[in-house]
Design a protein around this ligand. Sequence first.
Ligand code: GUN
Length: 301
Amino acid sequence: MTTSHAQILDGKALAARMRQDIGREAALLTQTHGRKPGLAVILVGADPASQVYVAAKQKGCDSAGIASFSTELASDTSQQHLLGLISELNQNPKVDGILVQLPLPDHIDSETIIEAIDPGKDVDGFHPYNLGRLAARQPLLRSCTPYGCMKLIAETGIDLHGKECVIVGASNIVGRPMGLELLLAGATITITHKFTRNLQAHVERADIVVAAAGKQGLIQGEWIKPGAIVIDVGIHRLDNGTLTGDVDFDAASQRASWITPVPGGVGPMTITMLLANTIQAFKTHVGETDMGNTEVGNTDV
Ligand code: GUN
C-alpha cells in the first residue's frame, strides 16, 4: 500500500465552482444584452474520442446558459466547404466563439482552418494572433488547457516568480502556450521535446512539472523533486478501462507537494476555460470590454 504525501489539486471541484460563476455571469449578460453568449462547435468525421469531447462541450454550454450551435460534417467534407462555414460563422452576430474540433481528417490543413477563424471568436486560443498576443504579454483569448493549468497552480497559492518550471512536450495547443503563460507569470521555463537529451535531469530540478507529452507513464515518480508541484495533462485509457496520465501518479505523489489526478485534474478545467473564453468574447462583442482579458499575468518580466 502506498501512502500519499501530496495534496490533490482537484480540477473537478475547481471547475464546478468556476462553472457556477460563469453561469451567473452568462445569465446577467443575457438579461442585459437580450441574447445568450453563443458557441459554435464544428466536428468533421466520426472520431469516437472527438464525439465524446464535443458532447461534453455542448453539455457544458447548456448548463452554463451559453447557446451552442453544433455542426457535424462528414469525414470527406472538403476544406473549401469547411472554410465557407467558418466564414459564415465569423459573420454571424449570434456566434461569439468558434471551435473546430481537432484532429481534422488528413485532407484538411489544420493551420489553414485555424487561421480562417476570426481571432476575436477563437475561443480555443489557437490562432497565431492569440498565441502572438500571449507571447507579447498582452493575452486576449488564451489557450484553454494551459489557462486551466494556471488556474490549478494558483490554487496552491505559490508565487511563480523565479520558479523553475519544466514543461514536457512542445505542442502548439499545450506545451508552447503553457511555457508562455508561466513566463508571463515570472517563472523560469524549460520546454522539453522529442529531441531533448536527458529529460530526467530537467524534471529533477523542477519546482513545477507540467507533463504534456502524450506518453503514458513517461515521468517516473522518482524524478520528482521533493515538494514539487506536478500537473499532468496526459490522458490514456488502459486495457482494463482505467484512465491514467503521463506521470507515475503513485510514486510521484510520495514526493510532490501538490499533484493533479487523472481523471479529475486538468481535464475538467479545459472545457471550463472554453466557457470562460466564450463569455469573454461575448463581452468584447457587445462592447463591455475592449481589451478582453484584463486578468494578465505579471508583465514586469
Ligand atoms: N482536440 C483535443 N483537444 C482539443 C481542444 O482543446 N480544442 C479543439 N478544438 N480540439 C481539440
